[in-house]
Design a protein. Structure first.
Lengths: 154, 276
């Protein structure tokens, strides 16, 4: 069974349809100075695969290579034509997880916010789960997260 | 003018009076001393206002009944918050039991994210990116400033009537709470949202995460049907995901590239947030 999953995984990786937001160079490697395979047109449909840093591996027809993550819009073209009563029952999908979220009829919408009564008991409960700075720092170390000095961009 | 100022300061002072038993007369006296200048809301007051607002949000949707997930989100959030200019705030984080996709920042250091949004995330870096965006709202006091501005405008119209009312009735406090709650339905200025995106990317990178966490979540939102009602409030209160991604690409590409190879922690996220 595990073999089967391993075998299927690379196939599933290509299952995410995407479109190019702008005309973009398809690069042989995930780097700006890598050779250009071809130039892809704006709105070209591609199959998106693995991400490495700010780059995503894509297939565009017979061509294969890497484009900037921010040049991609995920999702097929079909969704834009979706309208009318069908939307009431429409579900949104993400290609990778395949989970479905039925359109919400309860929970946190504008109406609920406007009519909400304060719930101080729940607020006290929330504080029980809070973390100390020390515990959070320890958790960061476990995850090999290293503090970096990164300048702000205003 | 002096009356208006006193009225405004009353509004601001009420929650503090209720929470901390400050002497209200002393506050009014100090308000009179400030004269023309608008007084800054101080940190205990900010926290008190935040407590009111957080309790209200929790009245709309309770916490998700998943202690492990709640603790996990607090560890991630607290670590990101430690990289801000306000590390000493009483930071706390909560996952709301709601299918909608959204996140909220409350003055004083309380951050909410909905279960609907967490379910769409694929890594801890994505969670950290969303929390970082909200944490920036608190660091920059975006909501607090908007509430203060709203109080000024609201009081200008009926300042006199307001000032004549018994300040201890709680009416002023309710008014402030209503202003704040309304803000979560109306949204902040677009410029505040774009700033939270930019500084959020910086914060997540400082905390050691893959800098593409927040952009990845924005791409997930962009790929969804914009008419999906689980996105209604989020889309009403924020610029479109495509616009936000464009703005990040324009200004943040060097930062995004420099820290893109930092950990995403896909497995830890799966273990902690998907254990149910």
């Amino acid at each position: 069974m595990r073999f089967l999953i391993l075998f299927l995984f690379p196939v599933l990786c290509w299952a995410e349809p995407a479109q190019l937001l702008r005309s973009t160079e398809l690069k042989k490697e995930p780097a700006t100075d890598a050779p250009t395979v071809t130039r892809l047109a704006e709105n070209a449909a591609v199959d998106a695969g693995e991400r490495r840093g700010g780059w995503v591996r894509v297939k565009a027809g017979a061509a294969e290579g890497w484009v900037r993550l921010l040049a991609l819009r995920y999702g097929g073209t079909a969704q834009s034509g979706d309208s009318g009563a069908g939307q009431l029952f429409s579900v949104a999908r993400t290609g990778s997880s395949g989970t479905q979220v039925t359109t919400g009829v309860r929970g946190l919408d504008e109406q609920m916010l406007a009519n909400a009564r304060p719930n101080p008991a729940e607020l006290s409960k929330m504080s029980q789960f809070s973390s100390t700075a020390e515990a959070a720092a320890g958790f960061a170390v476990q995850g090999h997260l290293e503090r970096k000095s990164v300048p702000e961009v205003k | 003018m002096r009356l208006l100022l006193a009225a405004l300061l009353l509004v601001v002072a009420i929650p503090v009076q209720a929470q901390f038993n400050f002497n209200i007369n002393k506050l009014i006296d100090s308000a009179k001393n400030v004269r023309g200048a608008t007084r800054e809301i101080n940190e205990p007051e900010e926290i008190a206002i935040g407590n009111d607002l957080a309790a209200r949000l929790l009245g709309a949707a309770p916490l998700a009944a998943d202690p492990r997930l709640q603790r996990y989100v607090n560890l991630v959030g607290r670590w990101v918050a430690a990289q801000t200019s306000r590390p000493g705030l009483p930071w706390r984080f909560g996952v709301l039991e709601a299918p909608q996709l959204n996140a909220f920042a409350v003055p004083g250091g309380t951050i909410f994210v909905t279960r609907g949004l967490v379910e769409r995330m694929k890594s801890e870096a994505e969670l950290a990116g969303v929390l970082a965006h909200e944490i920036v709202h608190v660091q920059q006091k975006h909501h607090l400033k908007a509430i203060q501005k709203g109080a000024q405008t609201a009081l200008a119209g009926d300042a006199l009537a307001f000032a004549l009312k018994d300040a201890r009735s709680g009416e002023a406090r309710d008014k402030l709470l209503a202003l704040g709650t309304e803000l979560y339905s109306r949204g902040l200025d677009k410029s505040d949202e774009f700033e939270a995106d930019r500084l959020g990317v910086v914060l997540a990178a400082r905390a050691g995460y893959d800098s593409y966490g927040l952009p990845a979540v924005l791409q997930t939102l962009q790929a969804m049907n914009a008419q999906d009602s689980s996105l209604a409030l989020m889309f009403k209160t924020h610029p479109a995901p495509g616009e936000r991604l464009g703005a990040l690409g324009e200004k943040m590409q060097p930062t995004l590239d420099a820290y893109a190879a930092q950990p995403q922690l896909v497995e830890r996220f799966a273990a902690e947030a998907r254990s149910r």
